[in-house]
Design a binder for this molecule. Structure first.
Ligand code: ADP
Ligand code: DP6
Ligand code: CO
Length: 325
């Protein structure tokens, strides 16, 4: 009744932004991501007869409150499947990624929890089953079950049976790299969950966002298949800007960006003008992820590190899906 699993974070090239069902975590649009080998979570789950409630340790510290509730609620889903309603678990997790800072810790965190939790409970699951249940921990996490490029198909069934990720291309398909430009790795003020909820409910730009995603998704998949870096980069960058634009239309308005976020974006555009093929994307946080090809690694790292306000530049290759340790 004990298992350990590891999952990597992923960076969305086509963003998931908006839920049509908050309870089941069903999205308003399909999304597509790249799993990163540079950031991961390792989680051990052990169901124990003598426990009267779940306990959760993150980076060796006991966690209570909202973060605990999310984990316990997720374990309830596993208990529901196994019929072992009164059986509680001890969860120990280590994030090799800043928590709640826009580096997708909820993706690696819930993918690792789902993999370890279902295995510890003795559930036999296909990757697709695992992706579907993982989705209910954190939407973006359902894509981290797979390595390489993964698409989360929104589905159209009210029960969510057809809402899960599928592999689009393996990690071996294309050696594309991502530099995570760290500006601020402290916890964000508006969680992804709260941010997208406010946007769906109040932003008049939300409709435009939703209408524009299907074409971006179709085009980027063609770009990935052809390994057309410019095409993939252009679509990812534009899709990211559209997502972030919706937050400015929300009530009350908000943005995840800092002044330094804009500085890095500007630098990326300058690099492109000078002939370096680089593109940016940004998740729900201030830190910028820069897409580049391996031959430009040294140059890209150098230029990004020299920007004032940048505290670290972490390089990632395309990562693998969940593994059991
Ligand atoms: P991020 O950009 O890091 O994904 P989110 O706001 O989406 O930020 O999610 C952060 C939340 O994900 C945390 O507050 C916590 O509830 C949950 N989380 C992060 N890491 C883990 C983990 N290893 N195990 C369980 N839950 C986690
Ligand atoms: C901007 O998956 O973290 O990173 O489903 O509420 O847990 P919940 O939200 P989360 O949202 C991620 C938003 C994003 C885009 C993306 O990863 O697709
Ligand atoms: Co998240």
């Amino acid at each position: 009744m004990k298992a350990t699993a590891r999952a990597h974070t992923n960076i969305a090239l086509i963003k998931y932004w908006g839920k049509r069902n908050e309870q089941l975590i069903l999205p308003t649009n399909s999304s597509l991501s790249l799993t990163l080998n540079g950031f991961h979570t390792t989680t051990t789950v052990e169901f124990q007869e003598d426990l009267t409630e779940d306990n959760f340790f993150l980076n060796d510290e006991s966690v209570k409150g909202e973060q605990y509730d999310r984990v316990a609620k997720f374990l309830d889903l596993i208990r529901l499947r196994t019929g072992k309603e009164g059986l509680y678990a001890s969860v120990r997790s280590t994030n090799e990624v800043p928590t709640a800072a826009g580096f997708a810790s909820s993706a690696s965190g819930f993918a690792a929890l789902a993999a370890a939790g279902t295995k510890a409970a003795g559930l036999e699951m296909s990757s697709q089953d695992l992706s579907r249940i993982t989705r209910q921990g954190s939407g973006s996490a359902c894509r981290s079950i797979y390595g390489g490029f993964a698409e989360w198909r929104m589905g159209d069934r009210p029960d969510g049976a057809d809402s899960h990720a599928i592999p689009v291309a393996s990690a071996e398909h294309w050696d594309i790299r991502v530099a995570a430009v760290v500006l601020n790795d402290t916890m964000k003020k508006v969680s992804s969950r709260a941010g997208m909820k406010r946007t769906v409910e109040t932003s008049p730009f939300f409709r435009g966002w939703i209408e524009s995603v299907p074409n971006d998704l179709k085009e980027i998949k063609a770009g990935i298949a052809m390994k057309d870096f410019e095409k993939v980069g252009q679509i990812a960058e534009a899709n990211c800007l559209k997502m972030h634009a919706t937050t400015l239309g929300a009530n009350p308005p908000f943005t995840y960006w800092l002044d330094t976020t804009m500085t890095v974006m500007q630098k990326v555009r300058e690099m492109r003008k000078s002939g370096l093929p680089v593109y940016f994307t940004i998740d729900a946080g201030p830190n910028v992820k820069v897409l580049y090809l391996p031959e430009y690694e040294e140059k890209v790292k150098q230029i990004l590190s020299d920007i004032e306000g940048v505290t670290d530049v972490r390089l990632s290759k395309v990562g693998q899906g969940v593994t059991y340790l």
